[in-house]
Design a binder for this molecule. Structure first.
Ligand code: F6R
Length: 260
């Protein structure tokens, strides 16, 4: 695991966008796994800037989103479909037919989940998966107790997640109770994972994910088993890390090696 500690949200967003741009540079038809929530919004803004000012080209990129609420149609302003178009897709040159987001309002959700898994495989698997983290340590909607080998499926959201996400809705009662999410097995198969976190409300989840035991209770801890996981966090989110000095030192040493 590579842990990169940066000053603040702005720098986290910039560094994350650089990773994405670098991977698209190396593989223009990159299969990019995407997340919603407030965390990646700054990175999406930076990617839009890179597209407009530096010609970052998304024309061959294919994208798969991690999750979607069940019961919200794709044009609902709080759906992740709407969010992704508003925050990223409408402002870059990704082709609509290359965008995949789980469909939350289908009658037979199980068929939709299986279709999503099949589609990821058909497109060659995810090259780079972007992840945020919930206060309870979740990634995607993989709440505590999720099987570490799980696939795309419906999950019941925890009270904590519902409360956290209520800020996007007019009333708490409007937050859907279920989500459709890539599983932890699905996420683990991504060739590379990039997890972002900012702010003091993520401090505990970050410490447990990076330095605690790998456990279904903190599903982000699964990244400890991933051969290529990068974690970019700001000062606030890194506050409780016991090995903080060592992570900084390794980053400095890695930069030195890169310069050689
Ligand atoms: C959303 C997702 C979630 C969020 C997490 C953090 O697609 O996968 O796991 O990343 O709930 O949300 P924010 O960034 O709003 O704190």
């Amino acid at each position: 695991m590579r842990v990169i500690i940066v000053k603040d949200y702005k720098e986290m967003s910039r560094r994350a966008a650089e990773v994405v741009a670098n991977r698209i540079g190396k593989k223009p038809d990159l299969v990019l796994g995407l997340a919603t929530g407030s965390t990646p919004v700054g990175m999406y803004s930076e990617l839009i800037r890179m597209h407009k000012e530096e010609g970052l080209d998304f024309s061959k990129v294919r994208s798969f989103n991690l999750d979607e609420y069940c019961g919200l149609s794709s044009d609902h302003p709080q759906s992740y479909h709407y969010f992704m178009h508003d925050k990223l897709f409408n402002h870059i040159n990704i082709r609509p037919e290359n965008i995949y987001i789980p469909i939350g309002d289908v009658e037979n959700a199980n068929i939709s989940c299986q279709w999503y898994e099949k589609k990821i495989k058909e497109e060659g698997g995810i090259d780079l998966q972007i992840l945020g983290i919930g206060r309870d340590g979740h990634i995607g909607f993989n709440e505590p107790g999720s099987s570490l080998g799980s696939r795309t499926r419906i999950k019941t959201l925890t009270k904590e997640t519902i409360e956290d996400n209520a800020r996007f809705f007019k009333k708490r009662e409007e937050v859907p109770l279920y989500g459709i999410t890539m599983g932890l097995g699905t996420i683990s198969e991504a060739r590379e994972c990039l997890l972002l976190a900012s702010g003091t409300n993520k401090t505990e989840a970050i410490q447990k994910s990076i330095e605690g035991p790998v456990s279904a209770e903190i599903t982000a801890s699964l990244l400890q088993l991933h051969p290529r996981a990068i974690i970019i966090i700001d000062e606030e989110a890194s506050q409780n890390l016991r090995q903080k000095d060592y992570y900084r030192y390794t980053e400095k040493m890695a930069e030195k090696l890169e310069r050689k």
